[in-house]
Design a protein. Structure first.
Length: 154
């Protein structure tokens, strides 16, 4: 069973997002071991570069060298749901822990991006980082449903 870690900056504040995330965590138990790790966010203030770097250090601190790291970045490779399902299947065959990284409001530290094995884009649109957690979990769930040939993805 694939072990996934979702590493995200900040805590989810909105109740409706927490409920949606909890629902997909429950649904995913049949397909994967999922762990969500929240690292502290820092105020944007006058220096967003400092914020990005400070959050990047926190992210780097929880990344294991043996893990397969995929950063979620709208500048990354755009993939379809079917392609993402195949991406998950490949990671599952490799047997490594997969860490998905979601940056904070200011974006991702270039050092974290450089460490990544993959840079994935789920849309050219920019999403709030807290909302994107829910979107990513839904796409992971959709990917497993596609791989297993189960109804969900039409």
């Amino acid at each position: 069973m694939l072990h996934l870690k979702l590493i995200a900056v900040g805590k989810v504040k909105e109740d409706y997002l927490r409920k949606g995330i909890a629902e997909y965590q429950k649904r995913l138990r049949a397909y994967t071991k999922l762990e969500i790790i929240e690292v502290p966010d820092f105020p944007l203030g006058r220096d967003p570069a400092w914020t990005i770097q400070a959050e990047g250090k926190k992210i780097s601190g929880v990344l294991k060298t043996s893990a397969y790291v995929a950063v979620c970045d709208r500048q990354g490779q755009v993939i379809t749901s079917e392609e993402f399902a195949q991406w998950l299947a490949t990671r599952e065959r490799e047997g490594k822990t997969v860490c998905f990284v979601i940056g904070g409001a200011a974006g991702l530290d270039p050092e974290v991006i450089a460490r990544a094995d993959d840079r994935l884009s789920f849309s050219a649109l920019t999403f709030p980082h807290q909302l994107f957690r829910l979107l990513l979990l839904e796409q992971i769930y959709r990917g497993f449903k596609i791989l297993r040939g189960e109804p969900y993805h039409l």
